[in-house]
Design a protein around this ligand. Structure first.
Ligand code: B4P
Length: 208
């Protein structure tokens, strides 16, 4: 199973990816986390991306595609992956399609988290208060939303046209409510794929 967690900034991709990867024993590939780690390390890549991220801009496609190509070569990938925050442009989606085709695989499920913009802004400003992320200020959030509408939203059409399974999930409600909806979609997709992989579902209600 290669699943893409899709949605605007603050829709809960990172939050839900943490549950899914644990509940279904999938590798978690978060481009946001990878880029933030590079920026914190002060590596040449980190120094290139830090100002873009702080301004709410997407980093260049060729750069992020190289990062993902390297990550998809890791040992934990064959068991299945949740891609969190990638692809974010149609060019990235096409590059991913090509990469996966080369491995005889494809994207099995796109989970699109649907959250109204007012809720997104409220969540991101809340995260700013709790975690102080440099890209969670009101001005930068506006720019990230703009980037999303212009460059990222069309990725869904790319997948719909390609015939991939796109599931829209209501991302409003408690984190546990959303977790339950997302889990149902993944369980359904795994069932349809007739996957023989062991599904290590844990009980969602109490988080065990
Ligand atoms: P990401 O790290 O992917 O960040 P995000 O879109 O802001 O957050 P996400 O949707 O994961 O929200 P979260 O669960 O944290 O990207 C950051 C930056 O990296 C981008 O702007 C870009 O510059 C760069 N980048 C990353 N990937 C790239 C790519 N492929 N190409 C180019 N550039 C790339 O949730 C947000 C908040 O909401 C949290 O505080 C959470 O606790 C809360 N929350 C979650 N679910 C909730 C719920 N149901 N109810 C209430 N609150 C909830």
């Amino acid at each position: 199973m290669i699943a893409v967690l899709f949605g605007p900034p603050g829709s809960g991709k990172g939050t839900q990816a943490a549950f899914i990867t644990r509940d279904f024993d999938l590798a978690h590939v978060s481009t946001g986390d990878m880029l933030r780690a590079e920026a914190a390390s002060g590596s040449p890549l980190g120094r290139e991306v830090a100002p873009l991220m702080a301004a709410g801009k997407l980093v260049p496609d060729d750069l992020i595609v190289r990062v993902i190509a390297e990550r998809l070569g890791h040992d934990d990938v064959p068991k299945g992956v949740v891609l969190d925050g990638f692809p974010r442009t149609v060019a990235q989606a096409r590059a991913l399609d090509t990469m996966l085709r080369g491995k005889g695989r494809d994207v099995g499920l796109i989970l699109s988290l649907n959250v109204p913009v007012d809720d997104l802004v409220e969540r991101l400003l809340g995260r700013a208060r709790e975690q102080g992320r440099s890209d969670d200020t009101a001005e930068v959030i506006r720019e990230r939303m703009h980037e999303y509408e212009r460059k990222t939203a069309p990725v869904l059409d790319h997948y719909r046209k390609s015939g991939a399974r796109v599931a829209t999930v209501d991302g409003v409600g408690s984190i546990e409510d959303v977790r339950r909806r997302v889990s149902e979609e993944i369980t359904g997709a795994l069932g349809r794929a007739g996957s023989r992989q062991p599904i290590r579902r844990r009980r969602v209600a109490d988080g065990t």
